[in-house]
Design a protein around this ligand. Structure first.
Ligand SMILES: CC(C)CC(=O)SCCNC(=O)CCNC(=O)[C@H](O)C(C)(C)COP(=O)(O)OP(=O)(O)OC[C@H]1O[C@@H](n2cnc3c(N)ncnc32)[C@H](O)[C@@H]1OP(=O)(O)O
Ligand SMILES: Nc1ncnc2c1ncn2[C@@H]1O[C@H](COP(=O)(O)OP(=O)(O)OP(=O)(O)O)[C@@H](O)[C@H]1O
Ligand SMILES: O=C(O)CCC(=O)C(=O)O
Ligand SMILES: [Fe+2]
Ligand SMILES: [Mg+2]
Length: 334
């Protein structure tokens, strides 16, 4: 086997060939602090990723690690989710979402109708996922040692009710985030059971993380679209895509500009996954006024106003600052 440094050089040469003219010339400060100036842009120097894994993330915007989270942990997360659905515990701040096809029907929804819980940062059992050392070791490779858990979800994709509302339109997660820099944000998404095309696995557009943030809107889907499920406008269904079929415990890390979605669940089971979006403790908030993110800011503020009876004094930034939790290192500017 060749020495890692030699293999890394091969990767850097490869990246140079493929990105000539795309990246700005590095400043001398960047040359000093990174060693591989601006070439390995999406990953940081670390002892965990192989050069091949680094190159894969650099080029594709995601990295799939098989069998990362133990069956025991996942079974505990599932039990806790069931306790929440049965309303045996109440978690402050938790958002429980039902599929729009069920929410809008006469049918009185029982616990099986929960399609997603979000913001479980106050549930110690579910939040354990966000602090798992094996997850954080990977997260550190992308965003560095100061790690904030910004957004948490357990997705329980329901059997499609016949209107294709169980789909998640193609989107970039950055659309929802008023913080930067973009390359110091990463999502960890773990399959809680076999996830395949039948039950609606993640679908990604490899390399789309190298683009910019696109305009997002509700897709024009006949059967309806779930609240806040914006999709990239002018999505081209012909674009090459990859279906990420995963087994229980497999975990994918992906960049917030990676265009992704998930297909409909054509099985009778509820497809489960748990995820957390992390940002570096030295990220900073931006004002989204005048940007494509204005529409999601408006919607979030309306929901917060309705739920908490507050007005304009609660900002988009506030809603993120309140939810963010430090899981490693220092909270510097978040
Ligand atoms: C990277 C990451 C950030 C990306 C994402 O997370 S994308 C998805 C983002 N999703 C969210 O943030 C969750 C948003 N959902 C929520 O906040 C809630 O579930 C709400 C939609 C506000 C509903 O909550 P809640 O008020 O408790 O429910 P209610 O039963 O009282 O319903 C109030 C009105 O909302 C409607 N509704 C409920 N669930 C959905 C739905 N899934 N899609 C569309 N409309 C829905 C419901 O029918 C009702 O409408 P009206 O009867 O007032 O017309
Ligand atoms: N018009 C559209 N706009 C935005 N996203 C779309 C559109 N059509 C499909 N998608 C998205 O593309 C992804 C794949 O959807 P689809 O329902 O075809 O699933 P699939 O996994 O390809 O299923 P199958 O195996 O049946 O082809 C999902 O994220 C879906 O929401
Ligand atoms: O689990 C899924 O279907 C993907 C959800 C997703 O991408 C999101 O909520 O941002
Ligand atoms: Fe997403
Ligand atoms: Mg399809």
């Amino acid at each position: 086997m060749s020495r890692p440094s030699a293999r890394l050089r091969v990767i850097i040469n490869h990246l140079d060939r493929h990105s000539a003219g795309i990246r700005a010339a590095p400043t001398s400060a960047q040359t000093v602090s990174y060693g591989h100036p601006q070439r390995l842009r999406y990953t940081l120097d670390n002892d965990l990723l192989t050069p091949e894994q680094r190159l894969f993330y650099e080029e594709n915007g995601f990295l799939l690690i098989r069998n990362l989270v133990s069956t025991q942990d996942i079974d505990r997360f599932r039990k806790e989710f069931e306790r929440i659905c049965r309303q045996q515990i109440k978690v402050p701040g938790l958002v429980v979402m039902r599929d729009v096809a069920i929410a809008k029907s006469e049918f009185v929804p029982d616990q099986r109708a929960v399609s997603k819980v979000q913001d479980f940062q106050e549930d110690p059992e579910l939040f354990r996922y966000c602090s798992l050392p094996k997850i954080l070791k990977y997260v550190e490779c992308f965003i560095g040692p100061n790690i904030m858990a910004m957004h948490t979800m357990l997705i329980n994709k329901p059997p499609d009710a016949g209107k294709k509302t169980s789909r998640h339109p193609m989107h970039q997660d950055l659309h929802y985030f008023p913080f930067r820099p973009v390359d110091r944000i990463v999502c960890a998404w773990t399959a809680m059971e076999t996830v395949n095309r039948q039950n609606g696995c993640l679908v990604v557009l490899p390399g789309s993380h190298k683009g910019t943030l696109q305009e997002h809107d509700y897709p024009e889907w006949e059967g309806g679209v779930n609240k806040m499920y914006h999709g990239v406008r002018d999505y081209d269904p012909e674009h090459p895509r990859v279906h990420l079929e995963m087994e229980k415990g497999d975990t994918v890390f992906f960049h917030p500009l990676l265009i992704h979605g998930s297909g409909m669940n054509q099985t009778p089971g509820f497809r489960k996954a748990i995820s957390c979006h992390y940002a570096s403790g030295d990220c900073y908030y931006i004002d989204v006024k005048g940007t494509t993110q204005e529409n999601i800011e408006k919607e979030v503020k309306e929901i917060v106003a309705r739920r908490h009876g507050v007005g304009d004094e609660v900002t988009f930034k506030d809603t993120w600052e309140i939810r963010g939790r430090l899981v490693q290192g220092e909270r510097i500017s978040m």
